[in-house]
Design a protein around this ligand. Structure first.
Ligand code: NAX
Length: 328
């Protein structure tokens, strides 16, 4: 057995946490040979509920779960952590404007970024799931000047997985036949799931579909509005699938992408594909030896350009708003 890896999860007593913690503890993130030490952060009123979740974790007797620590102080909980999965966030309440939402989340992600900066391990990797995920990641990154910016990312893997699943269902093929899916832009309804560079059994996906009408008017909105459809059906937002995607994202970051394939991650833009530098935007990335790289050289046609630009414009507005709020 290797020595334990410390994985922090915030919002650990929430819905996503209830699925995520058990998957991590059972080895789904780091494999059967790597023990995990869970560091769970919650707000004070949720600590009692979190104690109950920890009792259940104990009751699973997971061979890979070395230790669990909980608390409401980020500086203690993040001490020495190797992975930080930032799930806890402030949801939009009744009458809340977007600016209020960004401000409330700034109050969470700025101090968490500072705490990570001060106490996390040198190899820290940060994945932001809590919404608005891209801009929350930007806030955390900006408040952690000593952590390399490439160690911050936001989750668009759930959108990526949804896109793969919708395409596989349309073509009647297993999901394993689909490669090179890309989500561009923001994890929001403006995101752009791109079939022009995806492949199905080695064939271009847009050509395999052969139906621009379906692509533009069914596929894209179905993927982009899937979160709302789940709320409508389940009466609660996606939780198990979001936890699963969070694990996929963090695991790919450790293990790398398969040869010839890529995944979607929201990472700091270096200006690639005309996305303004510094925005945390979703791109196609390959990962090797724990480092991601934006896939270069994809041809972007007019249709895709318009969709990417619209989502990136939203990110740019969010950045302006949090800059004005003094959160960066
Ligand atoms: P819940 O409301 O069930 O849980 C959130 C938890 O975070 C609560 O227990 C709360 O006490 C805790 N929390 C709040 N502020 C905190 C702080 N400062 N420090 C630590 N914990 C804090 O939400 P859940 O359904 O688990 O969703 C969590 C977040 O994921 C939400 O922001 C949600 O919008 C976002 N999602 C992101 C997705 C993605 O693909 N990026 C998809 C699923 C999900 O919608």
């Amino acid at each position: 057995m290797n020595s334990p890896v410390k994985v922090a999860v915030t919002g650990a007593a929430g819905q996503i946490g209830y699925s995520l913690l058990f998957r991590i503890a059972s080895g789904a993130l780091l494999g059967p040979d790597t023990p995990v030490e869970l560091r769970l952060l919650e707000i004070t009123p949720a600590l009692k509920a979190l104690e109950g979740v920890v009792m259940e974790l104990d009751d699973c007797a997971f061979p890979t779960l070395a230790k669990v620590e909980i608390g409401d102080d980020a500086t203690k909980v993040f001490d020495g952590v190797n992975h930080a999965l930032l799930v806890g966030a402030r949801p939009r309440g009744p009458g809340m404007e977007r600016g209020d939402l960004l401000e409330a989340n700034g109050g969470i992600f700025a101090p968490q970024g500072k705490a990570l900066n001060d106490v996390a391990a040198d190899d820290i990797r940060v994945t932001v799931t809590g919404n608005p995920a891209n801009t929350n990641a930007l806030i955390a990154m900006s408040n952690a000047p000593d952590i390399p910016t490439e160690r911050f990312s936001a989750l668009t893997r759930l959108d990526h997985n949804r896109a793969i699943s919708q395409l596989a269902a349309k073509l009647g093929v297993p999901v394993t036949e689909i490669r090179r899916m890309t989500i561009w832009g923001n994890h929001s309804a403006t995101q752009y799931p791109d079939l022009f560079h995806a492949e199905v059994s080695g064939q271009n996906a847009a050509e395999a579909v052969g139906d621009q009408e379906w692509l533009a008017n069914t596929f894209i909105p179905t993927v982009a509005k899937r979160g709302a459809a789940i709320i409508e059906a389940r009466g609660a937002s996606s939780a198990a699938s979001a936890a699963s995607a969070t694990i996929d994202h963090a695991r790919t970051w450790v293990e790398g992408t398969a040869e010839g394939d890529w995944v979607s991650m929201a990472v700091r833009s270096d200006g690639s594909y005309g996305v303004p530098e510094g925005l945390v935007s979703s791109f196609p990335v390959t990962v090797k030896d724990g480092r991601w790289e934006i896939v270069q050289g994809l041809e972007i046609d007019e249709f895709s350009r318009g969709k990417i630009d619209a989502s990136v414009a939203e990110l740019d507005e969010e950045r302006k708003a949090v800059t004005e709020l003094g959160l960066l």
